[in-house]
Design a protein around this ligand. Structure first.
Ligand code: CA
Ligand code: CA
Length: 250
């Protein structure tokens, strides 16, 4: 009983701190950092397009080489644009699609929605890349294959075979170690443990001071009621102190 009260008091203290911090004014609405952009692209590929992590790593490795994740980058003397450096007619398609669907073609959001549209509606010009990505295994080798295929069949730069090898390696050695995470119930930061860190992330999400990815949201809803609330955080804290067992939830 005492332990439970202690946990509750701890939780209330954390909640109060979270609310204080989330109420602080944000100084500026700075443009997203590169790290945030990379995470946004990864989440879109996995959550909105249904690709596995390995396939998404292959795409990230290519976008790095095409634009270094800069959505407003012009290339080829102004005829290519955006994170995937859409060229000529496809750049026009990007603008037309975004204007028609209420997105800005200068944003990562608009470009990702166009990418999804382009890959699913124009399989010939995109080298059937979507089918290829959907076939890769969720492994380091899958990340290599996705990085290779995206370059070889979709981007098709000069010297595409050697560039495809380099981008496949980039996907496998740079992005896969970060994004191979497997989310299990209660383990919101995917470090293999359920503890106060997971509880805090859950609590911050519950009060709206941070946004979790869809995979993390699934991990955070430990009582499986379809909502992320302080109850989920309380359960995680109780598991971390040993008064509840993760086995009762998984
Ligand atoms: Ca954890
Ligand atoms: Ca819940």
């Amino acid at each position: 009983m005492h332990l439970k009260n202690y946990i509750k008091r701890t939780l209330i203290t954390i909640l109060a701190l979270v609310m204080v911090f989330s109420a602080l004014p944000v100084a500026t609405m700075a443009a997203a950092s590169k790290a945030e952009t990379i995470q946004t692209i990864f989440d879109f590929l996995v959550d909105e397009m249904g690709l596995n992590s390995a396939a998404a790593c292959g795409v990230l490795a290519n976008i790095e080489k095409e634009s270094d994740f800069n959505p407003t980058l012009y290339g080829d003397s102004g005829s290519s644009y955006g994170i995937c450096q859409w060229h000529n007619g496809r750049f026009e398609n990007l603008k037309n699609y975004c204007n028609k669907n209420g997105y800005s073609w200068k944003t990562v959001e608009g470009q990702l929605h166009f990418l999804k549209y382009e890959l699913s509606t124009n399989k010939t010009d995109t080298g059937k890349i979507l089918d290829r990505l959907e076939d890769v295994t969720n492994t380091a080798e899958g990340a290599y294959k996705a990085g290779y295929d995206w370059c070889y069949y979709f981007e098709r730069p000069a010297n595409k075979a050697s560039k495809a090898e380099a981008r496949g390696s980039n996907a496998q050695t740079k992005y896969w170690p970060t994004y191979k995470l497997v989310y299990e119930l209660g383990d919101v930061n995917a470090d293999g443990k359920v503890n106060a860190t997971d509880a805090l992330m859950t609590l911050e999400s519950a009060v709206g001071s941070c946004k979790l990815s869809k995979s993390q949201n699934k991990a955070a809803d430990i009582n499986k009621d379809g909502k992320i609330t302080s109850n989920d955080a309380l359960i995680m804290l109780s598991i971390s102190t040993g008064s509840l067992s993760i086995k009762d939830y998984r």
